[in-house]
Design a protein around this ligand. Structure first.
Ligand code: GTP
Ligand code: MG
Length: 370
């Protein structure tokens, strides 16, 4: 950076050029938007915004991944698997999620399900499993469209009385594209018309061959309604987790993905986050998508207030300046000032690209009319 114009510098600092011109004026320099500034002037302005000018290419602070620190192999420990449930309409996804949750979560929980936060954890033989309680397709498409990877394992529910349907195939394709292990839950086996063999047969046509037939796909016959087979299904999830050895570093600053978010009348922006690495703590300065803040309060999937949340834990947080979007990445940064800087810069970049988009659309429309 030997020299930059006022406009170029403004862009790098994510400010309006007029603001830079004003700042320069205050410092006794009268400049126009296209005027080029020397190194000293650039450094002076940059320092006004707390930015250090480096000789090398500066780090793009708006890239959230640049705020993530590398893990030492020695710090990595086992973490719960994160599981998504997908399948065709009416094949029993919601019933299965409820059944797992009811048998494993609300047991002994006075008051039962206190709150719905879009994800929950169950404990099976002293190990935890995290379920994303959003329709799998939606979670996959929005998350994947935004480059976020949240799921470790996909359960595809196929009703034994209905067989493989279009959305079953879609689910298979999603899971294959995401390169995550698939477990087939052959559901509704309590129904007289159930034909699990037909389901297995149909799935072989999509490359999913059961172990019993020499393949490597796990099939678990279940009834989400009666609860039959649910324990085997959970055991299979643990088994896959053991084989895949999902790991994370609980000692580092947290990062992860937004599962869902909304504006609450009383509490402001509320976001359900899945912590994917590190430990999230109350008070942490955080950037979430284009929003930022300090984690004010954290609530777990049972509606209880918690002070920290380790890898694969879903928590609902408050304390953000704006509502982020599902699929947004979040990172904890070193201090509140950085959180604000990065958040504001990201919002600015988005605004800018939206403006560009708008003017492009207007031009296109103009051409259409000609
Ligand atoms: P969408 O969210 O609309 O895609 O459906 P879903 O996959 O969530 O299916 P849902 O859990 O709503 O179940 C659809 C219907 O099947 C409901 O009437 C359930 O009660 C019924 N059902 C689900 N699982 C079973 C089962 O194991 N046995 C029987 N007999 N019925 C089931
Ligand atoms: Mg449903």
């Amino acid at each position: 950076t030997e020299s930059l114009t006022v406009a170029e510098l403004a862009k790098k600092l994510y400010r309006e050029p007029s603001e830079i011109i004003k700042k320069l004026f205050m410092l006794g320099v009268v400049a126009t938007i296209n005027q080029s500034l020397d190194k000293d002037a650039i450094e002076l302005i940059a320092s006004e915004y707390g930015v250090e000018v480096e000789e090398t290419i500066p780090v793009d602070i708006t890239d959230l991944e640049s705020h993530v620190t590398d893990d030492q192999a020695a710090d990595l420990v086992e973490r719960p698997s994160v599981v998504t449930i997908m399948g065709h309409v009416d094949h029993g996804k919601t019933t299965l999620l409820d059944s797992i949750r009811n048998t494993k979560v609300t047991e002994g929980e006075a008051g039962g399900i206190t709150q719905h936060i879009g994800a929950y954890q169950v404990e099976v033989s002293d190990k935890k499993i995290t379920f994303l309680d959003t329709p799998g397709h939606a979670a996959f498409t929005t998350m994947r469209a935004r480059g976020a990877k949240v799921t470790d394992i996909t359960i595809i529910v196929v009703a034994a009385d209905d067989g493989v349907m279009p959305q079953t195939v879609e689910a298979i394709n999603h899971a294959k594209a995401a390169e995550v292990p698939i477990i087939i839950a052959v559901n509704k086996i309590d129904k007289p018309a159930a034909n699990p063999d037909r389901v297995m047969q149909e799935l072989t046509e999509h490359g999913l061959v059961p172990e019993a037939w020499g393949g490597d796909t796990i099939f678990v016959p279940i009834s989400a309604k009666t609860g039959e087979g649910i324990d085997s299904l959970l055991e299979m999830i643990l088994l896959v987790g053991e084989v895949e050895e999902y790991k994370a570093n609980p000692k580092t600053r947290a990062n992860g993905t937004v599962i869902e978010a909304q504006l609450d009348k009383g509490r402001g922006a509320v976001a359900t986050l899945l912590v994917q690495n590190g430990t999230l703590r109350v008070g942490d300065p955080i950037v979430v998508g284009n929003s930022f803040g300090r984690v004010r309060a954290m609530v777990n999937d049972l509606g209880r207030r918690v002070k920290d949340a380790g890898p694969s834990t879903p928590v609902e947080i408050t304390g953000l300046n704006e509502v982020p979007q599902a699929g947004d990445r979040f990172v904890v940064v070193e201090d509140e000032k950085t959180a604000r800087q990065v958040g504001e810069a990201r919002a600015q970049v988005t605004l800018q690209s939206q403006r560009n988009e708008k003017s492009r659309v207007t031009l296109d429309t103009l051409f259409e009319q000609m």
